[in-house]
Design a binder for this molecule. Sequence first.
Ligand code: ADP
Ligand code: MG
Length: 372
Amino acid sequence: MLLPGSTLGVLGGGQLGRMFCMAARNMGYRSVVLEPQQNCPAAAVADRHIQADYTDRDALQQLAELCDAITTEFENVPAESLEFLEQKKPVHPSAQAVAIARHRIQEKQYATEAGLSPAPYALIQSADDFASAVETTGFPAILKTTTLGYDGKGQQLVNDHGELERAFEQFAQVECVLERRLSLAKEISVLLARNAEGNVACYPPAENEHRNGILHQSIVPARVDEALADKARLQAIGLANTLDYVGVLAVEFFITTDNQLVFNEMAPRPHNSGHYTLDATLTSQFEQQVRVMCGLPPGDARLLSPAVMVNLLGDLWPVDWANCLSHASLKLHLYGKAEARVGRKMGHYNLLATDPEQALNQAAEVFRLLSE
Ligand code: ADP
Ligand code: MG
């Protein structure tokens, strides 16, 4: 067990790394962030910033020497870097778990093994695979690069063979997965924390709404029937157990218009849809990340209040903060990014209310004021 006073390392210095470092600091841990970007969001909070590439062996060596345990804030760290660190210090989640979660085919295979149901899909390595893939998926379908996609990037809706060909060309013929485009009623995510002893704390599902492929808001608890919410939680826990996963895991599901629960993807880290946990649950997802990498039991994931989390993208800048801060039950979180760009995640707010619909209405009213 690593106790306060220990030093925790994180690969990646974005907002997730920043909020991890804040949780670590609150609890009396020191933190070190490895991130190539100067003035990154986490650097302002970490005790130390190693400014270097994620593949820089000297930097990785230094991180391993400084830290008692290491985690990551994103799944696209090179597997070799995590493997290198793993030989020196405890790394959670493991290099293997991160490698699975960053690969759209592998994550679907593991999810299937754990009893979850992804949309019908097929691997596309060359144009020769188109015909048999379409036999599995039909049209419309979505072509996704197997790695490096996020916020709707690296994927394209395709309605016929011509569009499929063009999309594959656009992705420079890298390995892709083709999936059936399902008719969605809702999207939800289940967040959990699991430690090495297999103890799990699982949050209630969040209901996620996207705009232009980027998460706009999460509503908690999700407005889905209880049986489906329970099923999603059990499936997410089952997946974590199958992977013998140690860390914070987010599992995204679709609920189709015919009420089927479909596995979409997983993230081996705290998740944007879990930011409400900073204010609305007994333990935040970032405290969970600290706890489980230190070998502590996960904290209580109980929801203290219905909440709506709204992302603040650079599109909204400049912002009249009085519109946010004059609201007594709004909790503002800004990531300290100097430059606001369209689509860039700059911060979020959580709006808490005793009644979920009230939280939703008030969150929307604030967002309307910010958008004016
Ligand atoms: P990202 O890594 O960008 O989050 P996702 O695979 O989660 O990629 O896809 C982003 C969004 O695209 C989803 O949240 C959902 O709205 C939509 N989407 C993805 N796959 C499908 C599908 N098979 N059917 C219908 N909608 C989909
Ligand atoms: Mg997603």
